[in-house]
Design a protein around this ligand. Structure first.
Ligand code: BT5
Length: 258
């Protein structure tokens, strides 16, 4: 089956049996002036990366481990919004392709029945304080049958749906959906156009969350997101504040420590 064309997302693909990290390889390609939309896919990652130096388990044959090279004209502060754009596109892709009730745990996880099936890691390359390119790395546990003990809150599309899925098909659909959102975002440079849709798919909202900010931690109610992708919370004392992705860690949806 030939895949439906996108304008540029995923039209050029590099496929590897094994890589340390698709994000690392995509950054090398970015420095070599590879074009926007180029996709790096690995069947297995030897040192898949999570946020803040954490690890992402990426065994062979069962997942989507991929990175997209993007060249948006954004300020450094605007880049984290790309995580939300990719998150919504992947959430919609999983829902339409599997029928599962997937939701987004702000800012970068996709969960199904309270378990994490996908994580997103957005990295940026700067030159003289300007964004020269960004890499959006996405990991999806597709056909994973079991997880190690240390990942009690991980799951796969297979485990939740009881059937396997074609990884290629998921990647192709994601590229189409992501491109639609990205095209708008690139011009508008904020998330107003998808805020309602994001909020409708975000499981973090209308829930109590525990916020870990440096050494401090406190509880609050998550209310919504701003047009810039920050999380709006109401603290117990009634004060409202906004949290920027990357600066805080929000717990609550799985009740796990991360
Ligand atoms: C993330 O970090 O969720 C971002 C993951 C991004 C992975 C993709 S794969 C393609 C691209 N290339 C890379 O090298 N990375 C990207 P974070 O929110 O920090 O979550 C990491 C935590 O999730 C770990 O500390 C574990 O607790 C847990 N974890 C590790 N592997 C997992 C997996 N396969 N499924 C679910 N949870 C996992």
């Amino acid at each position: 089956m030939s895949r439906q064309k996108t304008k540029y997302i995923g039209n050029k693909r590099y496929f590897y049996e094994e890589l340390d990290s698709t994000n690392t390889t995509a950054k090398v390609l970015g420095k070599q002036n590879e074009e926007e939309g180029t996709l790096v896919i690995a069947d297995k990652q030897l040192s898949g990366k999570g946020r803040n130096g954490r690890n992402w388990q990426s065994p062979a044959g069962v997942g989507i481990w991929m990175s997209i090279l993007l060249r948006p004209k954004l300020s450094l502060q605007q880049v984290p919004q790309l995580t939300l754009v990719a998150g919504l596109a992947m959430c919609q892709t999983i829902k339409s392709q599997t029928g599962l009730q997937a939701s987004i745990k702000w800012p970068n996880d996709i969960v199904v029945k309270g378990k994490k099936v996908c994580g997103i890691l957005c990295e940026v390359q700067t030159q003289a304080e300007e964004v020269s390119f960004t890499v959006v790395g996405i990991g999806v546990n597709v056909n994973t049958t079991q997880f190690p003990e240390e990942l009690p809150f991980a799951s796969s599309l297979y485990k939740e749906a009881g059937r396997t899925f074609d990884r290629q098909q998921l990647i192709d659909t994601f590229c189409q959906v992501f491109e639609e959102y990205y095209e708008v975002f690139k011009v508008e440079k904020n998330l107003a156009f998808m805020k309602k849709e994001y909020e409708a798919n975000c499981i973090t909202l209308n829930n109590k969350v525990k916020i870990i900010d440096n050494q401090q931690s406190y509880e609050a109610y998550a209310q919504g997101i701003t047009c810039e992708g920050a999380l709006i919370v109401n603290k117990i004392d009634g004060k409202s504040m906004t949290l920027v992705a990357g600066e805080v860690s929000v717990r609550g949806v799985y009740g796990y420590c991360d």
